[in-house]
Ligand binder design. Structure first.
Ligand SMILES: [Zn+2]
Length: 173
């Protein structure tokens, strides 16, 4: 797959580094604390179409964002949430999955195929899913039952529609 044109120096990464040079030149230190202003952690899919800050009206410094393939609550997400809550003062968790997620197009066979290809079984589950609502419920349940998290009452889950930009809340049931 060809990279998009990268400007003068060629690669996409070079283009990003150049963008940072301009960013840093205009940067003024906002002097913020590391503790999120809204005491919230957002766990979301890494999908490139979701601009979390714009979609939720968030400003710099407002929240922690924890993203992975699917927005699935894995052990590593629990690790980040434990640090977020215990060391950096967050009190609530918002989970955001979305329509047309890439995780709905693969299955657990992905892991088997990978093992066959590289001769080693990956230590992680793929966490593929068919039903996005059910996967949000599963992720909410994992947060609510984690013994490592002191704040498990204010946990809400949503599906973001990549075509309309709207969130739909999922009942935990
Ligand atoms: Zn996704």
């Amino acid at each position: 797959m060809a990279d998009p044109p990268g400007g003068i120096t060629g690669t996409v990464t070079d283009r990003l580094v150049e963008a940072n040079e301009r960013y840093a030149a205009a940067f003024t230190d906002p002097g913020m604390d590391a503790r999120p202003v809204l005491h919230v952690a957002v766990v979301a899919c890494m999908d490139a179409r979701i601009d979390l800050h714009a979609a939720l009206g968030l400003a710099l410094g407002d929240c922690h964002t924890i993203r992975n393939a699917g927005g699935v609550v894995t052990d590593d997400v629990i690790r980040s949430l434990a640090i977020s809550q215990r060391a950096l003062g967050t009190r609530r968790v918002i989970l955001i999955h979305h329509t047309n997620c890439g995780m709905q197009t693969i299955t657990e066979d992905f892991r088997h195929d990978l093992e066959m290809e590289v001769g080693q079984r990956p230590p992680w589950a793929v966490e593929a899913f068919r039903d996005v609502d059910q996967d949000v419920r599963q992720s909410m349940a994992r947060v609510r039952t984690s013994p490592f998290l002191p704040h498990r009452d204010d946990v809400r889950g949503f599906v973001f529609d990549v075509h309309s930009g709207a969130l739909r809340e999922i009942d935990p049931a």
